[in-house]
Design a protein around this ligand. Structure first.
Ligand SMILES: NC(=O)c1ccc[n+]([C@@H]2O[C@H](COP(=O)([O-])OP(=O)(O)OC[C@H]3O[C@@H](n4cnc5c(N)ncnc54)[C@H](O)[C@@H]3O)[C@@H](O)[C@H]2O)c1
Length: 437
């Protein structure tokens, strides 16, 4: 099986399947297709399938024309018909791994896609999980579902591995193609073949580890590292405010040390599908071993309180201008969870808007990337544009996302008061109406 697959990789005879065509799956499918593999994307959402098949792009990091050409030349197609898994030789699973209402891992999408794959898989396939998850998922959950559903034996009849996705939406330097990739698999042959498959597509290093659990854990380590360091930055920012010290100046100074320090910045909280969620996967799994991930818990406590903290600060700023939050008009700049993208999943700005609203403030938002967002079954539409006249109507402008295509000089000149939670206005000329987090 190993030699046959290596030959098929060399000859680009592998047919690739990507299950889940979202922020991770679609760029991956595009890269596989660009590398010369016939690629099929599988998704349960009909609309995404139709969009891909008509060459319409819905992910910011993908070049529209590339997707269009790959579809037109028949190299890439999408389907919701999972029986077509039988046509593929390599399947990457890129489905969501959210939390349930009790903040526990909701692994149902992984389970569901594995059951569908098991039904239609054939001997001699490679299957790789890319979704972020707790250590043990590939061997303890995926392997039995695939073996029982197909009647095949892992290692003898198919290869199984885990390769975490590191895509950083909006990153101009590192994309799917040039970001180093970690691969762990069940057995040496599986690892060799799966790593060869990624090497044939990617420019970044493919780093092999000895098991799927190592690869699963290293991904959680990456994201927990960010979560905890952002928690530290947030805690320091709160303390600095009490002490009358500007945290942003502190961190710039600390950055001058050429080793042993990496800067992290505070903000209105954590957002996105990864950093706020993934550490919970580890905390949950750790409890099986009677272990409490206390550092994760404490950074979560700090990060989760940031939207409320930011609203408290907003209230103090308004008091300073003789206004109360109740009845004030507040303009939020940015609802995306980070700059220059249109993704608002878990965005702290949306929590800030909710808390402001509960306090009686009248809140509007402007986000150049998001004209409308949906939260708790309701849609909220943003302002189409901002101008001096529009900005001057608000009692407070709160910057919650550091988008780079906003005219911050104009905002400074026309706003009565500004609370800049991202220090994005650091270079504007006059600062008398600006307070930073
Ligand atoms: N977004 C990121 O920046 C990022 C970065 C690294 C890792 N990840 C991880 O990658 C995984 C996917 O994240 P994403 O951001 O691409 O999610 P996403 O929501 O953008 O896309 C997931 C896609 O999977 C589809 N889907 C859901 N259940 C399915 C099923 N049973 N069968 C087939 N398709 C199904 C959805 O319709 C959706 O199109 C998650 O585990 C996430 O933690 C995400």
């Amino acid at each position: 099986m190993k030699e046959t697959l290596l030959r098929k990789i060399r000859n680009k005879e592998i047919v690739v399947g990507v299950v889940g065509l979202g922020y991770v799956g679609l760029p991956l499918a595009v890269e596989k297709a660009k590398a010369g593999y016939r690629t099929m994307g599988f998704d349960i959402r009909q609309k995404k399938v139709e969009m891909v098949n008509s060459g319409q792009n819905y992910i910011g990091d993908i070049v529209d024309i590339e997707l269009n050409q790959l579809v037109e030349t028949g190299r890439l197609c999408a389907t919701d018909d999972f029986s077509r898994i039988a046509e593929t030789d390599f399947v990457a699973i890129c489905v969501p791994t959210p939390l349930d209402i009790h903040q526990q891992p909701d692994i149902s999408c992984v389970r569901d896609s594995a059951e569908k794959i098991a039904k239609y898989m054939k001997k001699g396939m490679m299957i790789v999980l890319e979704s972020t998850t707790y250590p043990g998922t590939t061997e303890e959950l995926l392997k039995p579902i695939l073996e029982e559903g197909s009647g095949f034996k892992c290692g003898d009849d198919f290869y199984l591995g885990f390769s975490p996705e590191r895509v950083d939406p909006g990153n101009r330097e590192f994309k799917t193609k040039n970001t180093p990739k970690v691969v762990g698999a069940i057995g040496d042959d599986a690892r060799e073949v799966i790593a060869a498959m990624y090497r044939s597509v990617l420019e970044g290093e493919v780093y092999e580890v000895s098991s799927p659990a190592i690869a699963e854990m290293e991904k959680i380590l990456e994201n927990t590292y960010r979560n905890i360091n952002i928690g530290l930055a947030n805690e320091m920012a709160i303390l600095c405010d009490r002490m009358g010290i500007n945290y942003w100046e502190v961190v710039e100074a600390a950055k001058s040390k050429p080793y042993g320090f990496q800067p992290f910045y505070p903000g209105p909280g954590l957002g996105g599908h990864c950093i706020p969620l993934d550490p919970y996967y580890l905390s949950w799994k750790a409890r099986e071993y009677g272990f409490h991930t206390s550092m994760i818990e404490s950074s979560m406590m700090v990060n989760d309180k940031m939207p409320e903290y930011c609203v408290d600060r907003a209230s103090r700023i308004l008091n300073h201008y003789g206004k109360s939050l109740n009845g004030s008009k507040v303009l939020i700049l940015g609802v995306a969870y980070k700059q220059d993208i249109d993704d608002y999943r878990e965005s702290p700005a949306i929590r800030v808007i909710e808390v402001l609203g509960r306090s009686g403030a009248k809140v509007d938002y402007f986000d150049p990337f998001i004209s409308v967002y949906h939260y708790k079954d309701k849609a909220k539409r943003g302002l189409e544009k901002i101008s001096k006249e529009i900005v001057s109507r608000y009692d407070l402008v709160m910057v919650t996302t550091a988008h780079t295509n906003v005219d911050y000089e104009m905002v400074q000149q026309s706003a009565k008061a500004i609370f800049d939670t991202k220090n994005v206005m650091k270079d504007v000329k006059h600062r008398d109406n600006i307070e930073v987090l």
